[in-house]
Design a protein. Structure first.
Length: 371
């Protein structure tokens, strides 16, 4: 349960997005994007705070107009996490948000226009210590590339990305990250694998427009999982037609499953069967909802019977094994107490929260001793 991930991550240049390091040996960061009207400052700030509470490291905000840029400045002052401004075509918007404290500019230099405009944006980014994210999408490839390739392909995505990268290389600006997103898993994976061998900059992963909560989660898990297993990826976004908070939850669950990040509770639970001695499904649903606020890494197993329950419980911080007339609780792999079904969820939640506090106190004591 506590073993390090066997994945060897691709070596990449580290950049700084506000307080969050991206690339190098920094943890893979989880990103999402607001879907509120940017002009509605209160609603956008509220959503950003919800995303941060769910564990988002970075949040992207669309800034399509100069009015939105001014609103972005007010949003930035209230944001608990670094913000990326999503900008297309109008270079003046990029210059304005740079003045207002943006943490990263999401632009495609080739879409900004004349060389002097690109130079102005890059100069503003350099002067303010702001990295740039180049974002290529299969749905918005340049017309000449559409004509050349006939349809979006991995090679087309990479050629588009390299064009934008060339703009920054000419201006000696290396502090950028790149995404080459497609809704097709094979296309996205092929493009990222190719690009990863060409540049040293960090890569932002995503399967764009992946779908609804269930189908998009499956598609993203397959595509991003393949890349993460290859060691490719420094930030991720799970693009879902759902509440953006769900994107963050899925992203962290994905990284936890590969042992690339540890945040919150890692549940091991059986699918339930006729051997169960308590209602596993309702118990898990209740626990996941009640314990969403916990960010301290903890392994918890919830198994309905004694076939696999003891074995799983011995490998977790807190383990519950179904039994009759009472269920057996393990703490740190050792039998500790028994719980009846009457107040099972309440009692188990208390045990888990007690274990979290114990773990947090131990970590704090370690920090104090190290000083």
């Amino acid at each position: 349960m506590h073993a390090q991930s066997p994945i060897q991550r691709r070596k990449s240049r580290q950049i700084q997005v506000g307080s969050v390091a991206v690339g190098g040996d920094a943890p893979i960061s989880v990103q999402s994007m607001t879907n509120t009207d940017t002009l509605d400052v209160a609603a956008t700030v509220e959503q950003i705070k919800r995303l941060a509470a769910a564990g988002a490291d970075i949040v992207r905000v669309s800034v399509p107009t100069m009015d939105a840029a001014e609103a972005f400045g007010r949003i930035k002052r209230q944001s608990p996490v670094p913000l990326v401004a999503d900008i297309h075509f109008d270079y003046k918007i990029a210059l304005r948000v740079a003045e207002l404290g943006v943490d990263c500019l999401r632009i495609n230099p080739g879409n900004i226009g004349r060389e002097d405009r690109v130079r102005a944006v890059v100069s503003a980014a350099r002067d303010n210590g702001i990295p740039i994210r180049i974002g290529v999408n299969a749905g918005s490839l340049e017309k000449d590339l559409q004509k050349k390739y006939g349809e979006p392909t991995p090679a087309a995505l990479v050629e588009s990305a390299m064009r934008h990268i060339d703009h920054l290389d000419r201006l000696d600006f290396p502090d950028f990250k790149v995404s080459v997103k497609a809704s097709d898993v094979f296309m996205a994976v092929g493009a990222y694998r190719d690009l990863a061998s060409r540049i040293e900059q960090p890569l932002h992963l995503g399967i764009t427009e992946a779908g609804g909560l269930r189908s998009g989660t499956v598609k993203s898990s397959i595509g991003l999982g393949m890349l993460l297993m290859d060691g490719i990826g420094d930030t991720i976004r799970v693009s879902l037609a759902a509440d953006p908070v769900e994107e963050v939850k899925v992203g962290f669950d994905m990284l936890k499953s590969l042992k690339l990040r540890a945040k919150g509770i890692n549940f091991i639970a059986c699918p339930s069967c006729s051997r169960q001695n308590f209602d596993v499904i309702s118990t898990m649903n209740a626990l996941e909802e009640r314990l969403e606020d916990i960010m301290t890494p903890l392994n918890v197993s919830v198994i309905g019977c004694v076939v696999n329950g003891p074995g799983e419980a011995k490998e977790t911080d807190v383990g519950l094994t179904g039994g009759s007339p009472a269920n057996l609780v393990y703490l740190d792999g050792k039998p500790a107490s028994k719980l009846r079904n009457d107040h099972l969820v309440d009692d188990l939640e208390k045990l888990i929260r007690d274990k979290v506090r114990e773990k947090e106190q131990a970590e704090q004591d370690t920090i104090v001793r190290a000083r």
